[in-house]
Design a protein around this ligand. Structure first.
Ligand code: ZN
Length: 298
């Protein structure tokens, strides 16, 4: 089953393939947790299927190898930290060898922005000289970090979630009830949201909420709070932003200025989080202080 918010992109890919206009190299750009990898895996199975139909039959030898995750013509580069030139060379060498099942060959590179410059340069040759029935999928949530020379040689496709309701319905169909706060925060990253909801250990929001109440009540210092959540500063800031936008709706006009100022400050701090080498604990501490100030004034 194609994820409901990706159906349109999937059918566009299928149409291009049926019309023989499918680009040999496609960048799929979208947030972490939108389903980029699942989409490629689904489409790759279609491309590799030995039956002459637009979607994979699920029965042929190729489909069975694919479903057993051992298809010799489906190659993946899944980096932990960065993708070096050796990783790309090994992948393109496999791609250049003859197809085992006499069908297509597919290479998927997840987090393609993690390619070093040397790795990206070594991929260029493959992008410039496509061979028949060979398809490359580069996945990223940081399009800006990809080299322009790579981007200019690929077809670019954005993936996103158009409607929150789609995600709500999908979660229901998966038997999951979404906490409204989590849904507000992460509806545009449905698979990430599902992980959060399915794994009680990963759901730290209840703790964050309780501890923030303790900070407000003066029972916990901002420093102690910061120390506790050092590993998930991003999540804390997102939660605080949401908390404050909720607060702003509720407070009277007189107090809105203070909340608004805190909200702006939070937004600026969240942006700084993305910068390399930033001191996250300092940022979170600043955010908490700004919020406390705004709460005191209200
Ligand atoms: Zn098949």
């Amino acid at each position: 089953m194609v994820l409901p918010w990706l159906v349109e992109t999937y059918s566009q890919l299928t149409t291009s393939r049926n019309n023989n206009t499918l680009h040999h190299a496609i960048i799929l750009h979208g947030k972490e947790g939108v389903g980029k990898q699942l989409l490629v895996e689904q489409f790759a199975q279609d491309l590799l299927c030995q039956q002459d139909s637009s979607t994979a039959c699920g029965q042929c030898k190729s489909c069975q190898l694919f479903l057993a995750q051992s298809h010799p013509d489906f190659h993946k580069v899944v980096p932990e930290n960065q993708i070096g030139v050796d990783d790309i060379r090994a992948a393109t060498n496999r791609l250049n060898s003859a197809s085992h099942q006499m069908q297509a060959k597919v290479l998927m590179i997840t987090s393609a922005h993690k390619m070093t410059v040397a790795a990206a340069n070594s991929l260029l040759k493959t992008l410039e000289e496509p061979t028949a029935k060979t398809y490359l999928f580069l996945l990223t949530d940081k399009m800006d970090s990809l080299l322009p020379t790579i981007k200019s040689r690929c077809h670019k496709q954005n993936l996103g979630v158009a409607k929150r309701a789609l995600v709500e319905q999908w979660l229901q169909s998966e038997g999951i009830t979404a906490d409204p706060i989590l849904l507000d925060l992460y509806w545009y990253r449905p698979l990430y949201l599902k992980r959060l909801l399915s794994d009680p250990d990963a759901n730290q929001l209840k703790d964050i909420e309780q501890d923030f109440d303790s900070v407000l009540a003066g029972q916990l210092t901002t420093l102690a709070f910061t120390d506790k959540y050092l590993e998930c500063v991003d999540l804390c800031l997102e939660w605080l932003q949401l908390y404050f936008s909720e607060q702003m709706k509720g407070c009277d006009v007189q107090n809105q200025d203070a909340h608004w100022e805190a909200h702006i400050q939070l937004t600026q701090l969240s942006r700084q989080l993305a910068l390399p080498g930033v001191n996250k604990s300092l940022l979170l501490n600043q955010a908490l202080s700004a919020l406390l100030e705004a709460v005191k004034q209200s």
